[in-house]
Design a protein around this ligand. Structure first.
Ligand SMILES: *Cc1c(COP(=O)(O)O)cnc(C)c1O
Length: 472
């Protein structure tokens, strides 16, 4: 089979190459511990980018996917994934732009079923994964640890999918009631929700151990793979490039993007859009007080410290997994240099990046940290200046970072990553009121919940999994 270079993948650690998209999607992490990237980035002509302005989101998404999937899946399946992935959004533009100030725009990414941007890619991934499994004749067990938004989006995207089983671990009592209900009220026999007596790190540790557990793989008929759907999975990023291209073209061809950032997945998708020729004039990664990424890019010292809670909970990350993809590019695609950086980081919990690496990193991405006080002030300021528009705390971090850019220049676009109604406590703490509840949230309020409580212990988790109807 002949594949285009943008649809064949290699690992950032150099141990793997020539992997087609369907395997990348089902594997998640490359077997050598690296992250998958295409052999070459696709590039669209200026005319193609211009035409994006009058192309439907579904069609644009299909064109992006076509470049990254190639012949690995039937064209019809890719087309369907793009169409259905857009159809579940409640706004006709899918990801509309809203102006909130002079030269300042929000890209609303929260019109999907779980009201956060993760729906944009996760819905598409659900359809593509089903197609990949139908083709390979395998089953897939998806294991996910979540602090809220990823689990909700994943459950919604994979509920009822053929050949897929999903186990979602969340820390009991530490996700918001809304986030929990978005996961636990989905009535699908292929989804198991576990409320773990522990914190998010316990959940993540359990998932990591389970991902290496040979007893979960293989044995049954048809054979079963085990994987994860966080943003190390290239399928997530491929589904996020589209809205950058759509927004840049809608604003006349150039824009400065500001991205509220945790694992740097969404921001890296923006970098990819720029490489594809979209008018990404600049890219700013906005982080909260968990600022390991900003320190790494701005000072060259990358240190892992424990994350401390903030109101932008989905960004409480101190070891952003997708930094590896950007470092790979900044080294001129040198896997030895990537291994050096991330092996040192894993061993010593810190690594000096040095000027040969920080110079190219700084050329590609600005990184800005916004503290809690500023986050709350932005929620209030935007609400006051616009006559009542609510932003979520993650979006507020982005708006805070956007205020530091020069006013003169192409339009500034902040990615609005979640609906404010998903984070009522943070919004109420600032404004004394909460955003009106959208129908998608109201619908989950009174539905029965399906969730199993477990100790933060491997045997307890495996015992709960053994009760799953589709186990074995
Ligand atoms: C996940 C999430 C983010 C961070 O996205 P990354 O791709 O991890 O950088 C930001 N805001 C919200 C609301 C999220 O759910």
């Amino acid at each position: 089979m002949l594949h285009r270079p943008s649809a064949m993948y290699l690992s950032t650690r150099g141990g793997i190459a020539d992997v087609p998209f369907d395997r990348v999607l089902l594997e998640g992490l490359a077997p050598d511990g690296g992250l998958y990237v295409p052999h070459a980035w696709p590039h669209w002509s200026a005319q193609a980018h211009q035409a994006a302005a009058w192309t439907s989101y579904a069609e644009l998404s299909g064109r992006v996917l076509h470049d990254f999937v190639g012949d690995a899946l039937p064209q019809e399946a890719v087309h369907t994934a793009a169409q259905k992935g857009a159809d579940v959004f409640t706004h006709p533009a899918v990801t509309p732009l809203v102006q909130i100030g002079a030269n300042l725009w929000l890209l609303e990414l929260f019109h999907g079923p779980t009201l956060a941007f993760k729906d944009c890619a996760m819905q598409v991934m659900g359809h593509l994964t089903e197609a990949a499994l139908a083709q390979s004749g395998e089953r897939l067990l998806i294991l996910t640890a979540t602090s809220g938004d990823t689990g909700a989006a994943a459950v919604n995207a994979f509920a009822g999918r053929e050949h897929v089983e999903m186990v979602v671990l969340h820390p009991k009592g530490r996700v918001s009631p809304i986030q929990r209900k978005q996961m636990t009220t989905v009535d699908a026999p292929n989804v198991l929700n576990l409320a773990v007596h522990g914190d998010f790190d316990d959940c993540q540790r359990l998932v990591k151990t389970l991902l290496q557990d040979e007893s979960l793989r293989g044995a049954g008929r048809p054979p079963r793979r085990v994987s994860s759907v966080n943003s190390i999975n290239w399928g997530r990023l491929a589904g996020q490039v589209t809205y950058y291209i759509a927004a840049a073209s809608a604003l006349g061809g150039r824009a400065r993007f500001v991205v509220p950032t945790g694992n740097f997945g969404d921001a890296f998708a923006g970098w990819v859009a720029g490489r594809m020729g979209a008018g990404v004039e600049s890219l700013t990664a906005a982080v909260n007080h968990n600022d390991a990424l900003a320190q790494a890019i701005n000072t060259g010292l990358y240190v892992r410290r424990p994350a401390t809670p903030s109101s932008s909970v989905s960004m409480d990350v101190q070891a952003p997994s997708n930094l590896e993809r950007l470092v790979f590019e900044a080294t001129g695609r040198d896997p030895a240099a990537v291994r050096d950086v991330f092996d040192t980081f894993a061993r010593d919990a810190e690594v000096v990046l040095g000027p040969t690496l920080t110079a190219p990193l700084q050329r590609e991405v600005h990184a800005v940290s916004v503290d809690e006080g500023e986050t709350h002030r932005e929620i209030a300021r935007v609400h006051g200046e616009t006559g009542g528009y609510f932003i979520c705390p993650h979006t507020a971090v982005g708006v805070g970072a956007a205020r530091r850019l020069a006013a003169a220049g192409p339009p500034i676009v902040v990615l609005a990553t979640a609906h404010a109604a998903k984070f009522p406590d943070a919004v109420r703490a600032t404004l004394g009121v909460t955003a009106p509840t959208p129908p998608a949230l109201a619908a989950v309020q009174d539905k029965p919940e399906r969730v199993v409580d477990v100790e933060a212990d491997l045997d307890a988790v495996k015992a709960a999994m053994a009760q799953m109807a589709v186990e074995g």
